[in-house]
Design a protein around this ligand. Sequence first.
Ligand code: C2O
Ligand code: CU
Ligand code: CU
Length: 495
Amino acid sequence: MNRRTAVQLLSSGSSVVAMGGLPSLLSSCGHEAFGPAPTAVPLIESPFERPLPVLPVHAGGPIQLVAQASSLDIRKGASSTSMSYGGSIYGPTIVVRRGEGVDAQLTNQIGADTNIHWHGLLVPAEMDGHPMHVAGSGASLRYTYALNQRACHAWYHSHVHGETGRQISMGLAGNVVVRDAEEDALRLPSGNDEFVLVLQDKRLDVSGHQRYAPSMMEVMNGYMGEVVTVNGIAGPIVTTSQGRKRLRIVNASTARVYNLGTSDGRPLTCIGTDQGLLAMAEDVQSILLAPGERVDVLLDLRNAVGGEQIYLETRTFDGVTTQGKHAARILRFDVTTNKGDMSDLPTSLALLPTLDPNTATRTRTFDISNTHGGGHGGHGGHEGGHTINGIVYAMTRSDVQAAVGGIEIWEFDNTAGAEIHPMHVHGATMRVLSRTGGRGILTAPERGIKDTVLCMPGERVRAFVSFGPYAGMFLLHCHLVEHSDDGMMLNLELR
Ligand code: C2O
Ligand code: CU
Ligand code: CU
């Protein structure tokens, strides 16, 4: 039985039938590589026993990024092989001011092709980490570019076609923090009160070694681990003063969506998203964060008392059958008796360009439902693979041509789909205009400037896309990385 038949059978029931509800049907397809039944991978909470690792910071000047094998105690006392840029955990956080630039030399010591994409930064096409630009084993690549964009939390990661999922999940990822005067003026929590947090789920074997080996079913549902790590480890603790904390969170998981909230129900104040500050802060009880997305939140511990323990947790959520069924606490804050940043947040945060859809020169629709054929081409050698508009990625084919500096409306149509697709564009930024079907609403972070937008099953998301200043070959893809590795990616040619 191929995927199409499975989808037809599944959707012939009442409304959208849970994939997980018919394991026997799917496992009887006779394809041994289908692996375990497609139920949501549970979350296993880890004991909170170790301080949160602080990723090294690099501010100013050239930086060497040596992609290498390393080892990391993801679970306490159990060392696992991993990969990193120059250390044991991920790469350094590159801090840069608007108007300055980045000069990074990647040296490849992983024994396979690798490269770096600067997710969220507007850089020239040759610097963007397009999969046609890779460093072979032992080789180097230099990335130099100036940055002229607003303050934001971007990140960098490998983008080798077919291997991106493995390399990111092994640790080839890092953060970029862009600062500017508009943000400085807000006097947001800084220094020890500002945290860069990389969320990534890991599948660990009995001895604590991480594994990345998606089955065909996991290429469809996404490869998920039971253990959620923050900055590389399970069960981290932050010991911190009473006061405001700024949490800058990136979801570096290949497939898992988090629904972030606090263990005592105190709201998170959402102040920023992928491309920087929102116009106004918004208190929320929980925030969905899909792979590739970033969120900037304030955690208000001004009224916490010494000795109190407050957790950041991920909660259950609806909208897709293959995840969101489990909750877990992922990071603990141990509050001391010291007083930290007790100041208030200004009500308005930033000026965002006004949205005038009439300035868009055209509208394009991208069918991301993936209801026809394939679903596992890149891995199983079947026909197909994950598609956008029915097309599987080809490295050098120009798929979408658009104007440098232009504006279009893009519609991501997952109306008939059963999988989640966080859609991401390189060389451009997005403003989400509407979501119909599924959740039917925009979330707080979606009122800011985005580069990645989550499309749940049944949803149609319209976004205003502003192309950046550089010509050349960029990408449009799903950031559920098993999907993009399987072909759910198009070349976006700006000219
Ligand atoms: Cu973070 Cu092309 O991706
Ligand atoms: Cu990107
Ligand atoms: Cu996808």
